[in-house]
Design a protein around this ligand. Structure first.
Ligand SMILES: Nc1nc2c(ncn2[C@@H]2O[C@H](COP(=O)(O)OP(=O)(O)OP(=O)(O)O)[C@@H](O)[C@H]2O)c(=O)[nH]1
Ligand SMILES: [Mg+2]
Length: 420
């Protein structure tokens, strides 16, 4: 396990500096690093060359020697020259927050799509930094400034850059093929008229735990469970499960990657297709870790990210999870339900039935009771209704199958000619 020393500079621009340092420690743990210390500095602005103030470097060196740190982990995105300068000054390896998050994603990615997405994000992050490095070196190698007089280092970097660009093009091509497959599956789900519900929220809020509680109760197949773990970014791949909590009331529930403050922009872009599950949902369950003192900021980050991926118009129901952990005057009697939210505990399975009721109420609200007369040669429609609508009554008569069912709008349109 790598021993790391956390370094942060507080310029006062961020309201939650302390908390983002705590989060950095969690991210380091999620990447299997051992945090041996944390150093912070208040500065009016970031030092362009060294990120920290010049005097601080000496202190960092001492602290690193004292704690045995093998790596310095900075709570920000560093420029290539900062990385190089800090390395030169301290002789210790340097990593920044963005690279760390990309590393975590890279180690967790399992599906072909997630792996491609992460690699694209990583290379995209590297590319401009290579250019920066390239410029710094060409200043050294250029000498006379003549264009033909390229240094060997410069040529190598140009080559590296071209290699990365080619690789990126390849990856994007492959990714778009994988995305076509995903889209086809998604279209199939959209056509099936089964309401789609997406679990969305800050990382570690309990999305996968809710998914598993539902799988346990309504599917009962251990194999259908997803990974739930007290670790940032446990989930990277979207999983979709077909759940039928009440007869004829099926939903498609999807569990997606969690969000975090300062999620590298390249990653949001790279994961857009995975997150499209949320965009295409009828209902978003915005899961919040209500026991986290910073839950309000986390909700803001989630809302912003949802806007960014184009899911701002999807109706949202808030799930204030982990309410079992609140004590004293903060304690809430759970389950508690309001117009827009439920307070519950997925882990203790308190409020799961109520959550299901709220979901069904919302996604089946546009459903109307209708009476149909289906001809006998359209038995396929009857099977369809049995699967997708709530069939209340049916009888086989001389003129056909008489059906009374609760149907959604899309189905009503499709079945209009058979309405009694
Ligand atoms: N006390 C308590 N712990 C919970 C509750 N729900 C989930 N947890 C725990 O919180 C941790 C994270 O849960 P997950 O379900 O993996 O969280 P997630 O939102 O899927 O996280 P990512 O996949 O990383 O985005 C696990 O250790 C869960 O056991 C709850 O209601 N109460
Ligand atoms: Mg998860």
């Amino acid at each position: 396990m790598d021993k790391v020393l956390l370094i942060g500079v507080n310029t006062g621009a961020e309201d939650n500096f302390e908390h983002s340092m705590e989060e950095l420690a969690l991210l380091a743990e999620a990447c299997e690093m051992e945090v041996v210390g944390s150093m912070t500095q208040n500065l009016p602005y970031i030092n362009k060359a060294l990120y920290v103030g010049t005097g601080k470097i000496e202190e960092i060196k001492e602290e690193a020697a004292w704690t045995g740190a093998e790596m310095l982990l900075f709570n920000d995105s560093l420029t290539p020259s900062q990385i190089r300068n800090i390395k030169d000054e301290t002789g210790i390896a340097v990593m920044d927050r963005t690279t760390l998050i990309l590393e975590i994603f890279a180690s967790r990615a399992k599906s072909r799509e997630a792996m491609l997405q992460v690699e694209v994000a990583r290379l995209q992050y590297m590319l401009p930094r290579l250019v920066g490095l390239h410029e710094a070196l060409s200043r050294q190698g250029g000498g006379s400034g003549s264009m033909s007089n390229k240094g060997a280092g410069e040529k190598k970097l140009e080559l590296d850059r071209r290699k990365i660009e080619n690789r990126l093009a390849e990856l994007r091509k492959e990714l778009s093929q994988v995305e076509v497959e995903r889209e086809t599956q998604q279209k199939k789900r959209e056509r099936s008229a089964i309401p789609r519900v997406a679990l969305v929220g800050y990382t570690n809020a309990g999305k996968s735990t809710i998914m598993n509680a539902m799988v346990e109760t309504y599917i009962g197949d251990e194999e259908k469970k997803v990974l739930e773990k007290d670790m940032l970014f446990a989930t990277l791949d979207t999983s979709v499960r077909n759940i039928t909590p009440k007869e004829n009331k099926t939903i498609l529930l999807s569990d997606t990657v969690g969000f975090i403050d300062k999620l590298p922009h390249g990653l949001v872009k790279a994961f857009r297709s995975t997150l499209s599950e949320a965009v295409a949902a009828h209902l978003i369950l915005h899961v919040v870790d209500f026991s986290d003192p910073h839950y309000k900021e986390q909700m803001e980050v989630t809302k912003e990210t949802l806007k960014e991926i184009g899911a701002a118009d999807v109706p949202v129901f808030y799930v204030f999870n982990k309410a079992d952990l609140l004590e004293g005057e903060d304690a809430v009697r759970i389950p508690k339900i309001t117009e827009q939210a439920i307070y519950m505990s997925a882990k203790q399975r308190i409020g799961m039935d109520e959550l299901i009721d709220e979901i069904l109420k919302r996604v089946y609200s546009g459903h109307k009771v209708c009476e149909l007369l289906l001809p006998y040669d359209r038995g396929d429609l009857f099977s369809y209704l049995k699967e997708h609508a709530n069939v209340l009554e049916n009888s086989y008569e001389a003129d056909g199958i008489h059906v009374k069912a609760e149907c959604g709008e899309a189905d009503l349109g499709r079945l209009a000619q058979y309405l009694k």
